[in-house]
Design a protein around this ligand. Structure first.
Ligand SMILES: Nc1ncnc2c1ncn2[C@@H]1O[C@H](COP(=O)(O)OP(=O)(O)OP(=O)(O)O)[C@@H](O)[C@H]1O
Ligand SMILES: [Mg+2]
Length: 260
């Protein structure tokens, strides 16, 4: 029995095709692509590409579950479910004992608290301001002319950090441009930026109440600079799924199955 989960986020869209056989789940195919300006088109594109990759057809899917900010605009979805439930379900698939999920995407950041059965019981979401999100890091990487994928290497290899005092993305960007103009080393700006976003995430975690084990999902979980800084500040190890960016779509596909 196959299901498909589709997560249309502000930055990226994902599709996961899942098979369940003898009570075991297997990811048959997945696709990650930029969302672009048309969320319906992005959903159709990831769905078709995932089908093609799996060698299956749309009629083989017993359900297509949509999540993410674009979830209400997918005509072929059979159901839509919030990102909170989908990320929680996706995380529990890999790590059944997780108590706190930190999902940092392009446009919002969420901290989700789970009970001992993996059900979401509380959450906090920052969706009003880009600071503390992947978009913040993208804007800063552009201003610095550094590939965001190099942040981890720079973070690990740099001891000095420059404090970024602006809390707003727009002001922080001007601050960085001015720091570069004053000849401040770009690597120490990167270090300062990572601690700045980490500080925002930690204040959300504290408001929800830290309880381990902790898992991080979303595209920013691929930024090992952020993961390391969070581990350092929270003083614990953070679990990250093999491909953290598909966690929402995977959770959606899992929730497409009837309860056993
Ligand atoms: N390889 C990578 N290395 C570092 N960071 C990455 C990488 N890939 C993606 N990112 C970060 O992940 C962010 C996008 O995350 P994600 O795909 O989870 O967002 P989204 O689900 O579309 O957004 P939202 O959930 O807020 O609507 C980017 O803004 C970028 O900062
Ligand atoms: Mg997302």
């Amino acid at each position: 029995m196959y299901t498909c989960g589709i997560d249309v986020g502000s930055v990226s869209a994902e599709a996961v095709i899942l098979n369940r056989q003898d009570g075991k789940f297997e990811i048959v195919a997945y696709i990650i692509t930029p969302t672009g300006g048309d969320s319906k088109e992005a959903a159709t594109n990831v769905f078709n590409r995932a089908l093609e990759k799996s060698g299956l057809g749309a009629s083989d899917m017993s359900s297509v579950v949509a999540t993410g900010y674009g979830r209400l605009n997918i005509p072929f979805a059979t159901k839509n479910i919030t990102e909170i439930s989908c990320h929680a379900r996706g995380v529990v698939h890999y790590f059944p004992d997780i108590k706190t999920v930190i999902d940092i995407g392009g446009q919002d950041s969420k901290v989700i608290k789970l009970d001992s059965k993996g059900n979401p019981i509380d959450f906090l979401m920052n969706d009003k301001c880009a600071a503390g999100t992947g978009r913040f890091l993208e804007v800063m990487a552009r201003a610095l002319d550094i590939d965001i994928r190099d942040f981890a290497k720079i973070f690990a290899g740099t001891s000095q950090k420059v404090d970024i005092s602006s809390t707003c993305t727009v002001f922080a960007e001007s601050e960085i441009v001015s720091l570069i103009g004053h000849g401040v080393a770009k690597n120490s700006i990167v270090k300062g930026l990572v601690y700045s976003i980490t500080g925002r995430i930690i204040s959300m975690v504290e408001r929800v109440g830290l309880e381990g084990p902790v898992c991080m999902t979303g595209g920013v979980a691929k930024n090992l600079a952020v993961v390391s800084a969070l581990e350092e500040r929270l003083n614990l190890k953070i679990k990250v799924p093999e491909e953290p960016q598909i966690t929402g779509a995977l959770g959606a596909a899992l929730l497409g199955y009837p309860k056993e």
